[in-house]
Design a protein around this ligand. Sequence first.
Ligand code: HEM
Length: 400
Amino acid sequence: TTESAATLQTTRGCPFAPPEQHLRLLREQPVAKVTLPAGGDAWVAARYEDIRTILTDPRFTADRGHPNAPRLTEDAMDPASSPLPKLMLNMDPPEHGPARRAVISEFTVRRMAALRPRIQQIVDEHLDAMIDGPRPADLVRDLALPVPSLVICEMLGVPYADHDFFQVHSAQLLNRAATEQERQHAVMELAIYLDKLITAKEQEHADDLLGRQIAKQRENGEVDHPALIGLAFLLLIAGHETTANMISLGTYLLLQEPEALEALRADPDKTVNAVEELLRYFTIAEFAMARVALEDVELGGTVIPAGSGVLMLANTGNRDPEVFEDAERFDIDRGARNHLTFGYGAHQCLGQNLARMELEIVFGTLFRRLPELRLAVPADQLSFKDQAAVYGMHELPVTW
Ligand code: HEM
C-alpha cells in the first residue's frame, strides 16, 4: 500500500544535493505517489534501476500532450495547444525512431570532432573579451550563455545577430514564474522566426544542419516544413540553457573544490571524467523525464495504475548507493558515465556528445587561462535557479 505521503519538491535545500524529501523516498519508498506543487498527483521513481526500467518500458508514453502528463506548474504549456508540430521528445514508437534517425548523423562522435576547433575558437574569443573587460565579470553572461548558444546557432545556420532574440525567448519558456500567456508568446515568436529562416534555407542550399535536412527530404519527396520548424525549435531550446547551466554550476563547484581543481590542472586528461561527475552531481534537468503509464505496471511490488503520470527523479537515481559508492561525495575520478543526467533508452539526449565536448573545452580552457579565477562575492550571495525547469545559476560574479 502506498499513501500519498510526499509533495514533489522543486526547491533544493543545498544547491548540490537533491531535496531531502526525495532522498527519503529513495531510501524508504522508491516508487511513490506524490502531490505536484501545482496540485494533482503523479508517481515518482527514485531508484536508478527503476528509472532505467521505466525509460525502456513500452507501456509508458513520452507524450507530454497526454492529458495526464505530469505538469510542474498549474498552467504549464499543453503541447496540444502549441503552434509547433509534435516534437521527437514527445513521440513513441513507431513514430519516434525515424524522426530521431533523420538527425542522428549530425551528432555522431565524428561530426563532433570536426566541430571541436571551432568550439575552441568560440570559447577563446569569449574569454579574450572577458579578460579585456571590467572585473568582476559575470561568467553566466560572458561565457556560459553565449558559448552553447553560438554553437547550436552555427550548427543550425542561425545568424549570430539573432542570438539575443533566442536567449530572451528560450529563457521565458523555461521560466516557471512566467505565465502561460508569456510562454505561448515566446513559442509563437520563435516559431515565426524559424518559419522564415527555413523558407530562406529552402532557397539557398545551405551547408548546415537545416540545409542538409532540406536536401535529404527533397531526395525522398517533399520538404516537411512544419517538422523542420519543430526540429530547429527543439534543438535550440534543448542545446541552449542546459549546457549553459552546467558551465556556471561546474565552474562554481570547482572553485569550491581546490583539490579537484588542482588535480585537473596537473592532469588535463582528467577533465573528461570530471565532466561526467559534474553532470551526475548536479542532474540539472531533474524533472525533464516525464511519462504516462498506458497500462497498470508493477514495479518492485508497487502497482502504478494505468493513466498515471510518472516523473523520474534522476537526481536521486544519480545518488543511488546501489550504483554509486559514496554517492554524495564529488569525485572527479569516479568515471560516472553511467549517470542518468542525459536520460536513458530511446529518448536519451541526442546532444550529449556535443554537451560533453563543450563542457570539456570550456573547463579545460577557463582554468588554464585564468589560474587565479575566484568568486567575486561570498558564496552565500549566489542565487540558484530553483524556479526554472532546468537547474542553474542566475549569475556568477568572478574575478582573477
Ligand atoms: C533529450 C538532458 C544538452 C538535444 C534529453 C533528455 C535529457 C536531456 C534528460 C531526455 C528526456 C526524456 O527522456 O524525456 C540534457 C542535458 C544537457 C543536454 C542535461 C546538457 C548538459 C543537449 C544539447 C542538445 C540536446 C546540447 C542539442 C543540441 C536533445 C534532444 C533530445 C534530448 C533533441 C530529445 C531526444 C529524443 O527524444 O529522442 N536531453 N540535454 N540536449 N536532448 Fe538533451
